[in-house]
Design a protein around this ligand. Sequence first.
Ligand code: PEP
Ligand code: MG
Length: 564
Amino acid sequence: MTASFSLTSLSPGTVLHGVPVVAGVQYAPVIRPGTLPTLDPAAGADLAEADRQSERERFTAAAATVAGRLRERAAHATGAASEVLAATATLAQDRGWLGAAEKRIKEGAPAVRAVDGAIDQFVEMFTKLGGLMAERVTDLRDIRDRVIAELNGLPEPGVPLPDVPSILCAEDLAPADTAGLDPKLVVALATTLGGPTSHTAIIARQLGIPCVVAVTGLDDVPAGTMVLVDGTTGTVTVTPDEAEAKAAVAEAERVAAAAANWSGPGATSDGHAVAVLANVQDGAAARAARETPAEGVGLFRTELCFLNRDTEPTVDEQAGIYAEVLDAFSGLKVVIRTLDAGSDKPLKFAGHPDEANPALGVRGIRIAEGNPRLLENQLDAIAAAADRTNTRPWVMAPMIATAEEAKAFAGHARSRNLTPGVMIEVPAAALLAERILEHVDFLSIGTNDLAQYTMAADRMSAELATLTDPWQPAVLALVAMTVRAGTATDKPVGVCGEAAADPLLACVLAGLGVSSLSAAAAAVQGVGAKLAGATLAQCREAAEAVLVTASAADARAAALAVLG
Ligand code: PEP
Ligand code: MG
């Protein structure tokens, strides 16, 4: 055993828990992004009237320089990295906060103080708005730091370039920090804040490096500390035993190599078929998913096509977009979900009321109550796309809570010769799944929302991430109940929430009896390969074991004990 100098007060082997975002295991030293030297924005007397105009010009130039640099990096990056950098550049030039800062300078504040105050004002506003807006707070703070550094003639804050492969740990990461990362040098990410949909998560998925977010206690791990990040279990082990850590990395590499060889179709090792499908959000994503062994599309999130639209797209335009996805998977199963607008995915043209609790408000199918044409136009568009492509897609409604809602939706779909189903995301729907199945032909379980509503915990909250873990036995009990309803009525029940992207949990879901698993394209091979390595009896044994546990951690451990 080698005696090692410890950089942290945490004892060797301490396991910190977070939310797993991208699977994989890495063992390397920690690096942390550079922070700004502490600046006291309150310091400095108010500016004389005569100096205010030139200070405003200095500020405008600094903000433009920062935006320009971000745009330049966006031009050199690709895919999601380029998009997030471009979005941050746009935010850096947003009239709202620029105007607020200029106003402060006009009133006498020096530029640094004005920037700090204006950004604080917008951070507060975005935080109150919650959901996706709250996740942009990190971007706003990043812009503040860059503009202040520019005003003070300091180097831009950001990620240091490591000389050995390293694990980037931070409170949260702004897109500008993560977008240009070299995955050979930054081999994993871990953050104290952030949710599964934060920019950190998006970039990690694109880079294909393990990632854990919302890690409690990570702030106490300084740069230089050796850590083992496990993006499958969502853990960060501080100064682990070196031999054990290296063995864990080697095992993860073996699993990844096996996954890369999996070519479908989805089945257990003894031939029990469970279709492995892809979640997509547009034609481009569908074409990319078609490159994987995915056997179809289990969830087409249509609302994501229209997040930036002010007005409802015409039936013809919608039909064109849906037809692209149907074309990509021609001859295979495609499940199109009708607009799941509201809560963290507001659509301007859906006419959302002002609500104190949008996650519990008028979202998903509930919008059709006040705006029936929106649903009917969309179903017309799906039917037109089906005709154009000569396919018969399945359609499903989000956020169904009652059998009445399912019945009404099924009527609309059947009258257009579409196969109707509904999502099970609300505990009420899981409890009465059998009655819902009197009206529709299939169910698809959305474990993201089912966890949120079962555990009464906001799915966007990093603090509550342990509660919204789909391994929560209460959530799995509702999944089991839903599947039983499907078996009793001989109708298919799939899972399309993030739970289906976790290879171990996917096997448990297969053991519970689901007929399909639909996950992000990047997760398809990992899920398929894990399933192919287990017998149906093992999956069932794991399913029985998790249902009698009392915590998410115990459920995971019980499944691991059976499925390895
Ligand atoms: C879910 O809730 O699990 C789901 C698949 O829907 P979304 O994540 O789009 O809300
Ligand atoms: Mg949902």
